[in-house]
Design a protein around this ligand. Structure first.
Ligand SMILES: NC(=O)c1ccc[n+]([C@@H]2O[C@H](COP(=O)([O-])OP(=O)(O)OC[C@H]3O[C@@H](n4cnc5c(N)ncnc54)[C@H](OP(=O)(O)O)[C@@H]3O)[C@@H](O)[C@H]2O)c1
Length: 291
């Protein structure tokens, strides 16, 4: 039995689909308010709970062999990115689980002090490595599925908002490829007790994205490119009355101000270990946008 947290999220939903296509038993950890009917139709066992509650984590991990931690945190980084994962690891150990897959983030080891999510991910990575469990840690760059709503907006307006340095590089990964890597990680011996940087096959500059949209929709992009100072101003103003949002903007700023790409060697290693060719961003978008 697999337990998937964040089962209704961009990654988790695809992981559950793949596991069910392979006929595997899956317990999908969802909230009462989550949109989980698709997962139920696919035959996943629906566990309704909240990762903020240790009791729910205890119940959800009963009888589980593989745990895939793919939940996000909104703005409650300490409780969800950190504590819920520590509890999942403790319970996995207590219940003799065979393998734990943790979705971290590219750059988790760079010590970004202004980005609470990155700090939490690194702390969980270390805890998992020292837990004695079999593990695979995946550090994805940006997900291609995050760009689908922006592509739909672009289709309507031709506009693309690009905050900060347009030359910064990234390796956007097909969310379907990432899901395949997650699922295969529990069986491939080459993935056991390893950390992988996970990106797409090409290194893109951020300014390439509106051009890809332009090619797909046959439309000249209109790029609006405010400086990153805009986020700094917003953070200072919001911080006066909402510290949690200010913290979330710290992570957002870190994502905008830095480069998140995988080296050619990292991509070659990924393709070799998981034995398939990664999809480009354009190919992913064309499949989903039906163009
Ligand atoms: N998105 C990216 O570009 C990116 C890049 C690198 C790494 N990552 C990491 O990958 C992981 C998954 O990201 P994603 O974009 O697929 O996530 P997502 O689409 O934002 O989904 C988040 C998931 O977490 C669930 N969740 C949130 N709070 C919960 C709670 N208290 N109890 C139970 N479930 C809860 C949500 O459930 P509901 O449906 O109920 O809201 C949802 O299923 C995250 O750890 C993220 O840090 C993401």
């Amino acid at each position: 039995m697999f337990l998937v947290t964040g089962a209704t999220g961009g990654i988790g939903r695809r992981v559950v689909r793949l596991l069910r296509q392979q006929g595997k038993s899956v317990r999908a950890f969802v909230r009462l308010t989550s949109r989980y009917s698709e997962l139920e139709h696919r035959g996943a066992d629906i566990f309704i709970g909240d990762l903020l509650r240790e009791k729910d984590i205890d119940k959800a991990t009963q009888g589980v062999e593989y745990i895939i931690s793919a939940h996000g945190s909104g703005s409650d980084v300490l409780s969800l990115d950190y504590r819920a994962n520590i509890e999942l690891i403790d319970q996995a150990k207590a219940k003799g689980a065979q393998h734990f897959v943790f979705i971290s983030v590219l750059g988790a080891d760079r010590g970004y002090e202004d980005a609470a999510v990155f700090q939490a991910k690194r702390a969980v990575e270390k805890y998992l490595i020292n837990s004695g469990l079999n593990y695979t840690i995946l550090r994805p760059a940006g997900l291609a599925s995050n760009l689908l709503p922006l592509a739909e907006q672009f289709r309507e307006t031709g506009l693309y908002l690009l905050v900060g340095d347009s030359k910064n590089r990234s390796s956007i990964v097909s969310t379907d490829d990432l899901a395949k890597i997650v699922v295969d990680a529990v069986t491939l011996t080459g993935a056991r007790n390893q950390i992988f940087s996970v990106g797409g096959p090409e290194i893109l500059q951020r300014e390439d994205i509106p051009h890809i949209f332009g090619r797909i929709f046959n439309k000249e992009p209109i790029v609006i490119n405010p400086p990153i100072l805009l986020i700094d101003g917003l953070r200072t103003a919001i911080g006066l009355f909402n510290p949690q949002t200010q913290q979330a903007l710290g992570t957002y700023r870190t994502l905008l101000a830095n480069e998140f790409f995988c080296t050619k060697e990292e991509i070659a290693n990924l393709e070799k270990t998981f034995n398939f060719q990664l999809e480009t961003l354009e190919s992913f978008l064309r499949r989903y946008l039906a163009v």
